[in-house]
Write a protein that binds this ligand. Structure first.
Ligand code: ZN
Ligand code: ZN
Length: 430
């Protein structure tokens, strides 16, 4: 048998025959297909017939809630990867929310995830398992069919999960679990709420899960390559809020056990922010981060940023020279910039903007340095240092009167966002 990476020896999936993830047929799965098409049909037809603005608002609220709390934090980061600790009641609540996405029961979802994860790390696997077909064929396959492997590998789920009575109950009844919220929505707002709060939510969850899965294995940026793997994970920019951070799939392929998915500057990760909030409330702890995971010889950096993830933060923001995000202090700084000719110095990791667009934004008078080891943008002026969006506003303000006025207008929002970020201290916590 071919030499396989050491990391696969601790996987829930095991096989002696590499063909076991290659040979198989994709077959129409009537129940899966009817579930999705039924929900989608009800959402489209019912959505027109029973349209209300409050129904649409409910759709956004509950879809966001089940994707964040359920799919990302419950099913994926906790149940499947066990990347953090939390009270058992919270784990049950989050996994219950995960079932509300309408993809599968907790055990079925775990089996599907693990098989895919294992197969994708082998040198080759069936196109179904790596989203390797054309867009439309993959849509048909993933939303309406199942893969029947000739000789499927063994998937061993630990008794803590496989024998848990609550998870077994959810597994047996996952489709029926849409009924309790549907009844609640009916009582609250009639058929409009049922259609938008249940049918449209399940449709968006199932369709979105496939869409992101397709692009996350076909199209997008990479920091780290997993050598000799059947497919690479891709980071899909601009979908971080929509996916609650799950879009940083290249990071996930490199560090599957990490509780944080957006690992580099500019990679927003609402799931991780929520975990930090839970941490503040004493509801989550022992986060596993890339530095806590066993080394994998098959990982290979493909961009300058990749090496930076494991390095400690360059600056300690508790240092006195770092200015706290307070609006009055930033307005004072803006006023000073109009009067003094002191030069600003900016350092940033170039996660979102690289040198040229940054030069365009702030002009020629700011000294610019790209430093991939930073996790935040920093601007130094005299003896003071500023971070984040307010720092960008300051740098922009010194350019000319026009940009100064724009910075003045944007500053309150920038300071508000920076306050939230710093209050939650978006840095790795112990
Ligand atoms: Zn993947
Ligand atoms: Zn995963």
């Amino acid at each position: 048998m071919q030499h396989l990476p050491e990391s696969l020896s601790h996987h829930r999936v095991s096989t002696d025959d590499l063909n076991s993830v290659i040979e198989g047929d994709v077959r129409y799965a009537p129940l899966k297909s009817l579930w999705f098409l039924g929900m989608a049909g009800a959402a489209v037809i019912g959505g027109v017939y029973f349209f209300t603005w409050s129904g649409l608002l409910l759709f956004f609220l509950v879809t966001g809630a089940v994707l964040l709390l359920g799919h990302s934090l419950g099913s994926h980061r906790k149940l499947i990867h066990n990347s953090y600790e939390c009270p058992k009641w919270l784990e049950y609540f989050l996994v219950y929310m995960g079932v509300q996405v309408g993809l599968a029961g907790p055990l079925g979802l775990m089996r599907a995830h693990e098989l895919r994860d294992y197969a994708q790390r082998l040198p080759t696997c069936h196109d179904y398992l790596r989203h390797g077909s054309s867009f439309w064929k993959d849509a048909w396959w993933q939303l309406n069919c199942e893969l029947i492997l000739k000789n499927p590998p063994n998937i061993a789920i630990e008794p803590r999960i496989a024998e848990d009575r609550f998870y077994r109950f959810l597994e047996a009844t996952w489709m029926l679990q849409q009924i309790p919220p549907a009844l609640l929505f009916y009582a609250m707002g009639g058929w409009s709420f049922v259609i938008f709060g249940t049918c449209a939510r399940v449709t968006a969850g199932v369709l979105g899960h496939w869409l992101i899965g397709y692009f996350a294995h076909n199209d997008g940026g990479m920091h780290v390559e997993v050598r000799d793997a059947a497919v690479q994970g891709r980071n899909i920019r601009l979908t971080s809020i929509l996916t609650m951070g799950e879009c940083w799939h290249n990071n996930h392929h490199a560090y599957p056990g990490s509780a944080r998915l957006g690992l580099f500057a500019g990679e927003w990760d609402p799931g991780w922010w929520t975990l930090l909030l839970f941490h503040r409330l004493g509801l989550a702890w022992s986060f596993r981060l890339p530095k806590d995971l066993p080394e994998r010889a098959e990982l290979h950096s493909v961009d300058r940023l990749a090496g930076a993830v494991l390095q400690p933060a360059r600056y300690d923001l508790r240092e006195a020279r770092f200015v706290k995000p307070r609006l009055a202090c930033y307005f004072r700084q803006l006023r000073e910039l109009r009067n003094s000719a002191g030069r600003l110095r900016m350092e940033w990791p170039a996660g979102t903007l690289n040198l040229k667009p940054m030069r365009t934004l702030v002009g020629d008078r700011v000294e610019l340095t790209v430093d991939p080891t930073l996790d935040l943008l920093v601007v130094h002026h005299d003896a003071r240092s500023f971070v984040g969006l307010p720092a960008v506003c300051l740098a922009m303000a010194q350019r000319n009167l026009g940009t100064w006025i724009v910075a003045l207008i944007l500053m309150p929002m920038a300071v508000a966002l920076e306050s939230v970020r710093s209050a939650m201290s978006l840095r790795p916590v112990a």
